[in-house]
Design a protein. Structure first.
Length: 227
């Protein structure tokens, strides 16, 4: 997710780069418009806060002198009400901006080719003869796995649905070995091992850019903020 400060401070660059991704610029314009409104509100808020502090000091001085400060008290109360209104408006705008920002994709690198779809991708390298002559009648990986009896697609479909896979025998051992290899490798490089929960809340998914983009591809616990 693009940093909000970067987004607001680099309008021209962000707009230009996202245009290469055929992104609807109206969302950006809405964010910039709301950002300007929020900046103005924050400016007014700072003025009112300074006024409130000044009035509070005057009230403190008058009270120490045992002078009447009813007028100042009324004025500071009015300022506080105005501050509350502006703070509420500012928070609402911030939430609007956040909802819009979640829909903005990442900015592409300068060397990413511009195109409408995958047909516009550039081929960097080709290895047409790699592996040629080493193996005859090359089989796809799923046929090899079936022949080795390390997967069971039929049972996986019964247990879940199609396109799932159930590993068994040496296949299950291979998966476990790879997991242990990955953990051991990272532990040797200074990482700490943890066992995370299987469910997470929406904030985590928004923070890792899984939501809102992949909402339809995720499984949500009904009547709960857990995925």
């Amino acid at each position: 997710m693009i940093d909000l400060k970067y987004l607001l401070r680099n309008k021209e660059e962000v707009t230009k780069k996202l245009a290469t991704r055929n992104f609807d610029h109206s969302l950006l314009e809405a964010i910039y418009s709301l950002g300007e409104k929020r900046n103005k509100l924050i400016h007014n808020l700072e003025i009112l806060q300074a006024k409130r502090n000044s009035l509070s000091e005057e009230i403190g001085i008058k009270k120490r002198r045992k002078e009447n400060c009813d007028t100042l008290m009324e004025e500071v109360n009015q300022v506080k009400k105005e501050i509350e209104i502006i703070e509420d408006q500012t928070n609402k705008i911030f939430l609007e901006v956040e909802q819009l920002r979640l829909q903005i994709p990442n900015i592409p690198y300068d060397d990413v080719p511009v195109g409408l779809d995958e047909e516009s991708n550039l081929c960097i390298n080709e290895y047409p003869n790699l592996g040629r002559g080493l193996v005859e009648n090359v089989l796809p990986h799923y046929e090899i796995a079936t022949k080795l009896d390390i997967v069971d697609f039929t049972r996986a479909t019964k247990l879940a649905k199609s396109r799932f896979v159930l590993y068994k025998n040496d296949g299950a051992k291979l998966i476990r070995a790879l997991e242990n290899f990955m953990l051991d490798t990272h532990l040797k490089n200074g990482y700490k091992e943890i066992m995370p929960m299987h469910l997470v809340n929406s904030n985590m998914l928004y923070g890792t850019a899984q939501l809102p983009k992949f909402a339809d591809d995720l499984f949500k616990i009904e009547n709960s903020d857990l995925w």
